[in-house]
Design a protein around this ligand. Structure first.
Ligand code: NI
Length: 158
């Protein structure tokens, strides 16, 4: 279980992800966007589209946790998703999804009473996860991917 202070920090992280992500990818060329952030890893473009897809799923899981009794959620193959055709689209499309999605998700998180964070989902691979677990793991997820992009830019001198 998280403290209220920890919850607030994670909610603020989710609220600021769109801005942090936009600044991490600012002024990158198409060639730079199509560069893997590490050897054998996703490209920056794939990471941005992945963040939209991952957090759309996580937003749905948040809503399911709040409205059903420990629903079983649906995992998906994120590496296979990253190879589908729409991951080649301009990143602005997913940046706009993330703008709207994170605004809605933040409003939802901020509306929750302390008790509500104990709602759970059943993840077929990870077992029971509370909303506290989901909040913490997706706040960190966004931060980690932004850091991957910023580290790449630093290494490359971009
Ligand atoms: Ni990820």
């Amino acid at each position: 279980m998280l403290t209220q202070v920890e919850r607030t920090a994670h909610i603020n992280s989710i609220k600021s992800l769109p801005q942090h992500l936009r600044s991490a990818v600012q002024n990158l060329t198409d060639t730079q966007l199509d560069t893997p952030y590490r050897d054998g890893g996703w490209t920056v473009r794939q990471v941005v589209h992945h963040l939209a897809d991952s957090h759309l799923n996580a937003h749905t899981r948040t809503r399911l946790a709040l409205t059903e009794n420990t629903p079983t959620i649906k995992p998906y193959n994120q590496d296979a998703w990253a190879l589908l055709a729409d991951y080649a689209l301009p990143i602005e499309i997913s940046l706009q999804i993330i703008d709207g999605l994170h605004l809605r998700w933040s409003v939802l998180w901020e509306s929750l009473s302390a008790d509500a964070f104990a709602h759970t989902v059943h993840h077929p691979d990870n077992g029971i996860m509370s909303l506290d677990d989901i909040l913490q793991s997706y706040a960190r997820h966004g931060e980690n991917h932004v850091k991957q992009i910023m580290d790449l830019r630093e290494r490359k001198g971009w």
